[in-house]
Each structure stands twice: as C-alpha cells, then as structure tokens.
Design a protein around this ligand. Structure first.
Ligand SMILES: NC(=O)c1ccc[n+]([C@@H]2O[C@H](COP(=O)([O-])OP(=O)(O)OC[C@H]3O[C@@H](n4cnc5c(N)ncnc54)[C@H](OP(=O)(O)O)[C@@H]3O)[C@@H](O)[C@H]2O)c1
Length: 317
C-alpha cells in the first residue's frame, strides 16, 4: 500500500510518502480502507509516534490517528461491523496510524461515521471531539449555566469544545488570535478575548485581567497560559489541561482542582458525537485538506499560524 512514514524523530523533514506493507490485523481489529485522516501537528513530538506500547522502537511509523473510511475486513473475533460499513474513530497512539491506504484499528475505537458529511470532515472529529467531550463532560462535569473558558478556541480541539460547551448550555468564553475572534464567536462563544492583548492594549485586555469566577478552564495551550489561568477560576473551580501534567501542588495552592489527561477511544461517545453532527449541533472545522502524497507539506503548514480547525489528509475520494 501507499503510506506516509516517519523515518526518525524530528519534524516534517522526516516524513516520506512511500510503499509500506499492509498492517497486521490483530485480535479485536478492523482493517479500514482509509478515506481521510486528521493529523495533529504536535504528534511528531509524541514518544508514541516512534514507539510501541512496550517501549520498543517503531521506525518507520505511520502518523495520523483520526480515521474515516470503509471496513475492508475484520479479525475473526470482531462481529460489530459489516464489510463496507462507513466508520470513523481513533487509532491507538502507540501503533501505526491512518496516513496510509489501509489501517488496522481496534473495533472498540470505531463507530459508524456521521451521515451527511464527507470522510474528509468526519476525519477531523475523532481525536478533537473525543478530547473536548472527555475534558468538558467526563472530567469536569460541565453543567448548564456554568462559565467555561476555552483557550485556543479556534484550534482543532478548541473549535469543538466551544460548540460542545454551548450545546450543553454553558456560558462560553474563549481566547483566540484577533484574526479568528469573529469565527470563534460564530461557533457559539459569548465572549472572545485576543490572546495577543497586553495590559497596555486598552480597551483590549489579557484574559487574566478581564475574567473572574470561571467554573472551568479548558487549557489547550499550556505553559504561561495554564499558570495565569488559576487567577480567573472561582474557588473550587476546575482547570483541565491537555498539554502536560500539572506540577504537584499547583492546583491546591490556587484553591482549585487541576486535571491532565490523555484522550482515549470510546465508541459510545463517538455515537453521541455523530448524533450531534447529524442534528446540526456540531460541525467539524477544517483548516485545510491535503492529498496523502503531500503529508510533509501538511505537517509544515501545521507548524505555522494556520486557519482555524483541523488539518486533514485525503487518502482516496
Ligand atoms: N491530552 C490529550 O489527550 C490531547 C488531545 C488532543 C490534543 N492535545 C494537545 O492539545 C494541544 C492543542 O491541540 P490542537 O489540535 O487543538 O492544536 P491547534 O489546532 O494547533 O490549535 C491551537 C490553537 O491555539 C491558538 N493559540 C496559540 N497560542 C495561543 C495562546 N497563547 N492563547 C490562546 N490561543 C492560542 C492557535 O491560534 P493561532 O494559530 O492563531 O496562534 C490555534 O488556533 C496540542 O498541544 C495537542 O498536542 C492533547
């Protein structure tokens, strides 16, 4: 098959479009004929991109963990799907991904693809929508009427988190660059703050000087953004960060709860996400679609200030 493979740790320069063996179909797997895969620019920095679950090296390895495609065949112990079903889902991180003509994915991490949208749009959902769902609803138990601040509201995760929080009935505040503020408002944010604003930019002011009594901060940025976010939380509020573990004691010192987690595949949640898409309550946001053969360019594009949403590789039309 044709595939995109990383030849070593590094950046897009390590990515090659080439021939590769078909993936091994293990117990519990579905072999999917890939139509499109969503990429996360940061995945080239993850250990799992270069290692198997037992720590042994996996080089060359195939990136792209969001998959949308067609069931080609199933392991003998899988009865959940039929050949030809249109599915989407999250491929495990310490295994080869979906930037290829075929990918083997655990059946439990796949669901029927939302009807009415093309594979290129469905492929923009699994990692980002599951991450947003698990952060808001599973970890932080967001309730209607609460105030939630989504950092990076125009990003792959943020653009879906804004929509999901709005759907849940929360008051949604978000940070974004000035270019994307109107777009994030169109997704359902009540207030959008320019993340480039400084204390000298009156009337625009930084989020940490503007906001107070926030129930939940969803941090997709990390670093200084996470550290400043404690100030805007109410006592006992929750900060969920996606980027790195929170240093011990930092949340407690600020009278809040702090959570870092890694997204996991979940068919039940994918089914709920599909229903929201089909009902017009959630829409994937696509920054750009590249053909599989131009994956290196796609990762390079992801390094810069790209358009809102996800970068998708189209494998076949
Ligand atoms: N833990 C997990 O399970 C998990 C799951 C998914 C993703 N992640 C991580 O979450 C992070 C975000 O992923 P993503 O796919 O959403 O990335 P992304 O699509 O690149 O989005 C990042 C967004 O943040 C904006 N931004 C940059 N600096 C900012 C700042 N200081 N304040 C507010 N917004 C800022 C960017 O806008 P501009 O382009 O205009 O600068 C962009 O719109 C990555 O580090 C990724 O690895 C973790």
């Amino acid at each position: 098959m044709k595939a995109v493979r990383t030849h070593g740790r590094g950046g897009p320069e390590q990515i090659f479009f080439e021939d590769a063996p078909l993936p091994e179909v293990r117990s519990g797997d579905v072999l999917v004929q890939v139509r499109a895969t969503g990429i996360t620019p940061a995945e080239l920095t993850w250990d799992e991109t270069y290692q198997n679950a037992d720590g042994t090296p996996r080089i060359p390895g195939i990136p792209g963990h969001e998959i949308s495609g067609i069931v080609e065949r199933m392991a003998d112990d899988v009865t959940d799907f039929r050949i030809g079903d249109e599915v989407y889902g999250l491929a495990d991180f310490p295994r080869d991904g979906a930037a290829a003509e075929f990918a083997a994915v655990r059946a439990v991490n796949l669901a029927l693809k939302p009807r009415g949208i093309p594979h290129t749009q469905a492929a923009a959902l699994p990692l980002s929508a599951l991450t947003a769902w698990q952060a808001l609803f599973e970890h932080a138990h967001l309730a209607a009427g609460q105030n939630v601040l989504v950092h990076g509201g125009a990003g792959g995760v943020g653009s879906l988190a804004v929509q999901l929080a709005r759907w849940r009935g929360a008051r949604v505040l978000a940070t974004a660059s000035s270019r994307d503020m109107a777009f994030v408002q169109s997704l359902g944010a009540d207030v959008v703050i320019d993340y480039h604003a400084t204390p000298f930019d009156h009337p625009a002011t930084p989020f940490e000087d503007t906001l107070r009594d926030i129930d939940l901060v969803l941090d997709t940025i990390g670093g200084e953004t996470r550290r400043l976010s404690w100030r805007v939380l109410r006592k006992g509020g929750v900060l969920v960060t996606l980027v790195s573990p929170i240093p011990t004691g930092e949340a407690e010192q600020n009278g809040a709860r702090g959570i870092f987690f890694i997204v996991s595949g979940n068919r039940g949640q994918l089914d709920q996400i599909s229903a929201l898409v089909e009902g017009g309550n959630l829409r994937p946001v696509i920054a750009e679609v590249f053909p599989l053969s131009r994956a290196r360019e796609a990762f390079e594009y992801g390094r810069g200030n790209h358009a809102p949403g996800k970068i998708v590789l189209q494998v076949a039309s």
